[in-house]
Design a protein around this ligand. Structure first.
Ligand code: GLA
Length: 366
């Protein structure tokens, strides 16, 4: 694994850029769900869908957008993410130069593809650019993770912001959220990432996300605060009720991430049947043990597999949002179309589908 990025000793302001355009991608998580706040493994990829900000340095930050509902300065609106990022960067010593400009997006909001993390990372990238303020990529991701908590009180892990910052074209990011060591895992070019939105809009704010985290931590505390990656099946058996189920999910999920990453890293054609089984186990564990899937997500997973997907599971924070399917690139569009048609035929609204490629992380658009 590559080591964690070098810490920059002290952020330094060396000048000021008058205007810039920045891009930050959304993410899909291939596997490793709810493992990122207990030092576990995750395997997300940055998408070719994301958020762009065209902006100029200004004495205060004013952003407009049609992508997010309401004006940015409305109480309870998306402007909370913007001010929270500004505050977090200020705490790291960034000079208070604002950005005035426009936010555009081709990433669906509320579809579980990390539109809030992409917004945070795009804003942070823009604010750093206009103040010529340099942060290591992971420092920027951590500031954005803190901004999420500050803005909407969601105690999320580091996965979404890290994927948006560190993504690399054609690769998934194998991240150890304990040590923050990471490695890029090349994805087989013949496989496409198919994302299908259940149309059940989700926001982590107000979902049982924080409650699941509390239950997991309660379970781990009863096991002397040990890292789930050190736990055996026998340890897990000692726990009863919801905390036991949450820990059981995380212990098995960490193993699945390592197995999926290792299959993807093998030379030659990947063992598709094994990938399919690991995704299926992961989804079942999220349904039965972490209890975050919905009937719509379960249905979309079955429809994708019936339509010929290699592997399918829900992705992201659950309680709605999207599924991810791996499918042979040739035929992926047709597969997505069949799944959406059948989903709608069964009376469900929404169901937008996106055939995506793994892409580079946030950057200034030159
Ligand atoms: C959300 C959070 C992430 C992670 C996932 C579940 O996307 O923002 O930190 O916990 O849910 O894997």
């Amino acid at each position: 694994m590559c080591g964690r990025g070098r810490r920059v000793p002290l952020p330094r302001i060396v000048g000021r850029r008058s205007d810039t355009s920045v891009w930050a991608p959304g993410r899909v998580n291939l596997i490793g769900e709810f493992t990122d706040y207990s030092g576990g493994l995750v395997l997300p990829a940055a998408l070719d869908l994301g958020i762009r900000i065209d902006c100029a340095a200004s004495n205060r930050t004013v952003l407009t957008s049609e992508a997010f509902p309401g004006p940015s300065d409305e109480a309870g609106g998306w402007g909370r993410y913007v001010s929270a990022v500004e505050a977090e960067l200020g705490a790291l010593g960034r000079e208070p130069v604002g950005i005035a400009g426009h936010v555009s997006s081709n990433l669906p909001v509320g579809a579980g593809l990390s539109s809030s993390a992409a917004l945070e990372v795009a804003v942070a990238t823009g604010l750093c650019a206009v103040a010529d303020f340099r942060l290591e990529p992971l420092e920027l991701a951590l500031a954005c993770q803190r901004a999420e908590l500050r803005a909407v009180g969601v105690p999320c892990g580091i996965m979404d912001q890290a994927a948006s910052v560190l993504g690399r074209e054609g690769c998934a990011l194998l991240l150890d959220t304990g040590s923050l060591a990471y490695e890029q895992v090349a994805l087989p070019p013949e496989l496409a990432l198919v994302l299908i939105d259940s149309g059940v809009s989700r926001r982590l704010e107000g979902s049982a996300y924080a409650e699941r985290r509390r239950e997991l931590e309660q379970g781990l505390a009863a096991l002397d605060g040990r890292n789930p990656r050190e736990l055996t099946a026998a340890d897990v058996e000692r726990l009863a009720g919801a905390p036991g189920r949450r820990v059981r999910h995380v212990v098995s999920e960490n193993r699945r991430v390592a197995e999926v990453a290792s299959i993807l890293g093998e030379p030659g054609r990947p063992r598709l049947a094994e990938l399919g089984e690991l995704f299926a186990e992961g989804h079942e564990s999220l349904r039965r043990d972490f209890e975050v899937t919905t009937a719509e997500l379960d249905l979309l997973v079955s429809l994708a597999l019936e339509a010929g997907a290699v592997a399918a599971r829900m992705t992201g924070g659950g309680f709605g949002g999207s599924i991810v399917a791996l499918a042979e690139r040739e035929g992926a569009e047709a597969l997505a179309g069949r799944v959406v048609a059948e989903y709608r035929h069964r009376g469900h609204a929404g169901g937008g589908a996106y055939v995506c490629r793994a892409s580079d992380g946030a950057h200034e658009v030159r």
